[in-house]
Design a protein around this ligand. Sequence first.
Ligand SMILES: C[S@@+](CC[C@H](N)C(=O)[O-])C[C@H]1O[C@@H](n2cnc3c(N)ncnc32)[C@H](O)[C@@H]1O
Length: 374
Amino acid sequence: MNKWDISTPTFESDQINEKLKVAPWEGHRWFAYDYINFIEPNTIVELGTHYGCSFFSFCQAVKDFNLNTNLIAVDTWAGDEQAGYYDEEVYRTVKSTVSAYFSHLNIDLKRMTFDNALSEVNESTVDLIHIDGLHTYEAVKHDFETWLPKLSKDGVIFFHDVFSPLEYGSNVFWSEIKQRYSYLEFKHSWGLGILFPKGDKVYNLLLDQNIEDKINLYTYKALYSFEQIKTNDLSFMVEERDKIINDNTRMIAERDEAIKNNEIMISERDETIRSNETMISERDEIIEKNESMIYERDVALGATEKLVKERDRLIRNMEKMIEERDQLCNQYQNEIQNLRANIMDLYKRIELLETKVNYYESKKIIFNFRNKAD
Ligand SMILES: C[S@@+](CC[C@H](N)C(=O)[O-])C[C@H]1O[C@@H](n2cnc3c(N)ncnc32)[C@H](O)[C@@H]1O
């Protein structure tokens, strides 16, 4: 076993999951890290891992101090009535964290109930059990009693939520169980109980290291770090607020500029509207004039139409007269033709009569001649 060192670790898991920095267990990570360096456990079992704030602080110590430790995390990774029921993202994040930073460690993520995991862990083999599942009195008592046989000689059990502000049953169980065994405890960060139910060897070694003073130191460090996180959060919030104020000031200035531009545009638009109104009134005047011209033209057209109708009526009359005249002409032409035929006929008769007259004339001459001759 080592001398107790106070380290200043970097928890790599936070790079994947920033939530770990503010998880309820965060205030115990430095202690747990140094505790693991101190006892160099062969096997650690955690009952209740969730995102792994506590578990990855154990892993970080095993990695940084090159320990040959079996790290077993048991969780259904489905949540419970106190942690809340959650989805696959939690387990995915835990697996990604293992792959990213702790893939070479002996890590066993047992996705099952604590009871089901019992058969997978040998009796008296676990040097550190961390009980952080459901925090009802019955659940913690059950987890303690069922897993106690797995604890090695001089093994240690961590209980989280033993000074829970929510007054979980785990507070009551801790106040009872610590009467029976040696223990150490932290009251900050929801409380961490450290129980030595399989012998006081480690407890005494810790006392040799002035662990009580160190507990104060870790407590103040955790509280200071928590205050620092709060201060950082506040500074961040102030910075954010200043940024928002600056952004808003800039936006107001831009808005004022835009308003000014808009006012110029509005006055130009008013000017345009005014000149458009003048044009519209001039156009209205022209339209009015055009309308009266159209009216006059319509009147003239009406009169013209009347004249055209009258003319058409006259034309029709004339056409009728022409037709009647043509009929008369035809009739006269027929009559003329008939008369011509009659005249021709009469000419022929006259010719015949003349022929006859000539004949008789010649006969008369001959007769007269004969008579004279006689
Ligand atoms: C308070 S959280 C664990 C917190 C974790 N140790 C940390 O450092 O953030 C409790 C977890 O225990 C798990 N859990 C509760 N009861 C369980 C049971 N009987 N079997 C398996 N997992 C359980 C829940 O799924 C939940 O993820």
